[in-house]
Design a binder for this molecule. Structure first.
Ligand code: HEM
Length: 788
């Protein structure tokens, strides 16, 4: 296949059709005889369409032609999430060596200019192949761990405040020019250990570097760009030389210089000089653009902006959703080192790939309703803006910290901020993306700190690392609270602004935060899913509990505001089962009642068994009787109507599915009865963790090999796998952290798992291919290999 233009072809088309058709599994030739589709031929990442909205610009490709050859670029373009993640996973087949290569080769004049500066940008980390890359990454990783990053928080906050102070009374500002460019630059320089050089000069140099690497400068611009890049290169060299005289400083570059003394073959001179220049751009421009994109997006969605103003706990996940929806790195590059197939398309060795991560971030296969901007999206941190695997951005948590602080300071000090009328311009290039200017305005008379100066004394703590689902709470108002049975309160919860609540399916639960007790409790939804404005739950007061249910009984009065998370469903009903046996004990009726309602609606064959001490303490009896008639079997102990589940379940039946929720002794008894049933015929819902606290004297440490990231970590006896992954900078979502909710599931490739959660079914456990990182461990202290 020809990759560079071949002007000799008479049609003017740069593609060697015969060779391409022979080697590529492309759609059959079109009427023009060209096997490259018309859309693929038109693809131009330097044009305004791509610059304004890359994922929208390649929507057609995501839908119809996920991998295509772009004759204008000379690259294969990959647009879907799974394909891009698989490319990131395999950095031997897909080498990162071209990540910093000029995407537009420069002409002889510009090359001569660069040569006069001795320009020799070479391998850093991001474009280094194995086996050189991982040892270097490991040696240089420590300053990026969450523990180390904490030290930078006060500096980032101080800088942010200083910049906001300068414009807060003006009523109008260009956030890019007046804050979002310089603060990340200053933070980057601090982090790297570089004295604050002339900011304007560095800004010009950084843009030149972006254009030089990822842009398409016209021949007449190339020379000016080459001079700026050459100067940048020389400045980087000078800064490094100065650092060498005293490498004791706290910066990452000084750290690298010290490491060079012990690992000279890993931390080479060429690496240090290249990184000195590339590092400023990697740490600065990415974050400046990401922040500008985030403010733009949030101000374009005033509801979301208002919500983060009212509840700063939402900020970490909002940052993640901004990075997903409108990240600052739109696409990245890899080189195929062997003949390979991507999504069924044959890609010959030597092909260059443009992997459009911004398109992956809008892939419906990975993100439900992907174009929707949803700051509570639970899997927002699956975004690929930071890349993935062994080269994943090392600075991601510094960037997250900066973005959180920018948003937190501005939402507190300027909640009345609005986006001004303007059109947005971008520096034309394939990869680095953010508006050049971002004009905002506000009524300075209404600045909250004028009437409440103590506002400045507060600061919301930053969450370093990926956001936890703990942060994704939603406010609700108690619409009604009625006595449903002895000790049981039935609540109807609605959103404060009357908007619909998220849809849910039977078996779903929500987590309710119990004020400032620090407790949160899970409650199954028991109403009618068709009623979209309301969630219904029933709360049993547990006198011997930790206080969550008692708090609910005292505080959940009509008009009270609560915070909830979810709904989430780990107890899904199989609607195609031939027959359903639904069994509830006590308050376990809540999810079971929703399942029974659904079974009735679908006209399924079902029976509903409900046992309790006495009718007085059994909620919902009247409505269940009205809905289910003789399908309802009430077993009230004080009436001598004890359920005989052993008899009911004596004869296994292949097409029958049993769902049960209730006290542990009921669930244990049912498990005994179902021992002879097909695997997983019985599905149960637990509300209480069976986990004890981790007892280091009884645990063994084990090794977890993270295949995608190329590292191994030791999980000590006194730490969970989840905690060990987090301290190694690996993103894993989590919520309950008690083995109940299933959020922290990770895929296991090798090794035996000691499962301790209550989420996985017997068959899932036996399959030995996934585990809950918050509680489960490797068997017997042995090694496990994870797909992380
Ligand atoms: C690598 C994006 C901020 C340092 C990368 C990669 C991307 C990226 C796409 C390549 C990933 C891959 O090949 O899998 C971003 C974005 C940022 C950001 C979107 C801000 C929102 C930072 C910051 C720093 C930094 C603040 C430093 C303080 C690095 C380094 C690598 C890297 C050292 C190379 C890692 C390796 O190859 O092993 N970043 N970055 N980045 N980034 Fe960032």
């Amino acid at each position: 296949m020809s990759q560079s233009p071949t002007p000799s072809r008479p049609s003017g088309c740069p593609i060697d059709h015969t060779a391409l058709a022979a080697t590529q599994n492309l759609p059959s030739q079109g009427p023009t005889g060209c096997p490259v589709s018309a859309r693929a031929a038109e693809f131009d990442p330097f044009g305004d369409g791509y610059q304004q909205d890359p994922p929208e610009y390649v929507r057609w490709a995501r839908d119809q032609e996920p991998v295509f050859y772009s004759p204008k670029l000379g690259y294969w373009v990959v647009t879907r999430y799974e394909d891009i993640k698989a490319i990131f996973r395999d950095n031997l087949t897909f080498s990162p060596s071209i990540a910093l290569e000029k995407i537009t080769p420069t002409g002889p004049e510009a090359n001569a200019v660069l040569a006069t500066y001795g320009y020799a940008m070479n391998r850093t980390l991001v474009n280094e192949d194995e086996p050189a890359h991982m040892p270097r990454r490991r040696v240089l990783m420590d300053p990026f761990t969450p523990e180390e990053l904490k030290h930078h928080e006060p500096m980032v906050r101080r800088l942010t405040r200083e910049y906001v102070d300068r414009f807060i009374n003006d009523g109008r500002a260009d956030l890019v020019d007046q804050m979002l460019w310089e603060v990340p630059l200053t933070v980057a320089l601090h982090f790297l250990g570089v004295p604050e050089e002339d900011m304007d000069l560095l800004r010009q140099y950084s843009i030149a570097h972006t254009v030089n690497t990822w842009g398409r400068p016209k021949p007449e611009e190339q020379v000016a760009v080459a001079h700026a890049v050459g100067n940048f290169w020389q400045l980087a060299g000078k800064i490094l030389d100065k650092m060498r005289q005293d490498p004791s400083g706290p910066g990452w570059m000084q750290y690298g210089l010290r490491k060079q003394q012990t690992h000279p073959e890993v931390v080479t001179d060429s690496y240090l000089h290249s990184m000195m220049m590339a590092g400023i751009v990697a740490a600065h421009e990415t974050t400046a653009n990401a922040s500008a994109n985030a403010f733009k997006l949030l101000l374009q969605h005033p509801d979301a902006w208002r919500e983060i103003c009212e509840d700063p706990d939402l900020i970490p996940n909002a940052v993640e959703e901004c990075l997903r929806h409108n990240g600052s790195v739109a696409a990245w590059r890899r080189l195929a080192t062997r003949d390979v197939e991507i999504a069924g398309i044959a890609i010959p060795a030597g092909s260059k790939l443009l992997i459009v991560t911004s398109s992956a971030n809008h892939d419906e296969g990975q993100f439900a309703d992907a174009d929707l901007f949803d700051i509570r999206r639970e899997n927002a941190s699956d975004q690929l803006t930071f890349g993935y695997g062994s080269h994943q951005c090392m600075g991601k948590n510094l960037a997250r910290m900066e973005m959180q602080i920018f948003l937190e300071e501005l939402t507190r000090r300027l909640p009345h901020l609005k986006l001004s009328e303007q059109s947005f311009t971008y520096v034309p290039n394939t990869s680095f993306r953010g508006p050049e200017h971002l004009w905002v305005e506000w009524d300075a008379e209404r600045n909250p700190e004028r009437s409440a100066p103590d506002l400045l004394d507060h600061a919301h703590p930053v969450r370093i690392g990926e956001p936890s689902s703990h942060a994704i709470t939603r406010p609700v108002v108690v619409q009604s609270a009625v006595h449903a049975a002895d000790g049981i309160l039935r609540l109807r919860l609605a959103s404060p602004d009357g908007k619909p609540l998220p849809r849910w399916t039977p078996g779903s639960h929500i987590d309710v935060e119990c004020g400032d007790t620090g407790l949160s409790r899970q409650y199954s939804l028991c109403g009618d899913p068709a009623e979209t404005g309301v969630f219904e739950i029933a709360v049993l007061k547990e006198p011997d509990g930790r206080g969550g249910s008692a708090w609910m009984h005292d505080h959940a009065v009509p008009g009270a505001r609560l915070r909830i998370r979810g709904p989430r469903n780990h107890f899904r009903m199989n609607e195609s089962a031939e027959k359903l046996i639904l069994i509830a004990g006590g308050i376990g009726i809540t999810p079971i009642s929703a399942m029974a309602r659904r079974a009735r609606e679908l006209g399924l064959d079902y029976q509903l068994h409900y046992s309790g001490r006495s009718r007085r303490c059994m909620a919902m009896l009247d409505e269940l009787a009205a809905l289910h008639g003789d399908k309802l079997h009430v077993h009230a102990k004080d009436e001598g109507l004890r359920a005989d589940y052993a008899e009911l379940l004596a004869a296994p039946h292949a097409g029958t599915q049993i769902y049960a929720c209730g006290p542990q002794n009921l669930l244990d008894a049912l498990a005994g009865c179902c021992a002879v049933w097909p695997e997983d015929a019985l599905r149960v819902e637990h509300f209480h963790s069976t986990l004890g606290t981790l007892d280091p004297s009884k645990e063994q440490s084990f090794e977890a090999v993270l295949k995608d990231s190329g590292i191994s970590i030791t999980v000590p006896a006194d730490q969970t796998l989840l905690a060990a992954l987090r301290s190694a900078n690996i993103d894993v979502q989590s919520d309950c952290e008690e083995g109940l909710c299933g959020s922290c599931e990770v895929r296991v490739l090798e090794g035996d798992i000691d499962h301790r959660d209550v989420v996985l079914t017997r068959t899932e456990r036996d399959a030995n291919n996934k585990m809950m990182a918050c509680c489960s461990r490797a068997c017997g202290g042995k090694k496990i290999v994870l797909e992380l």
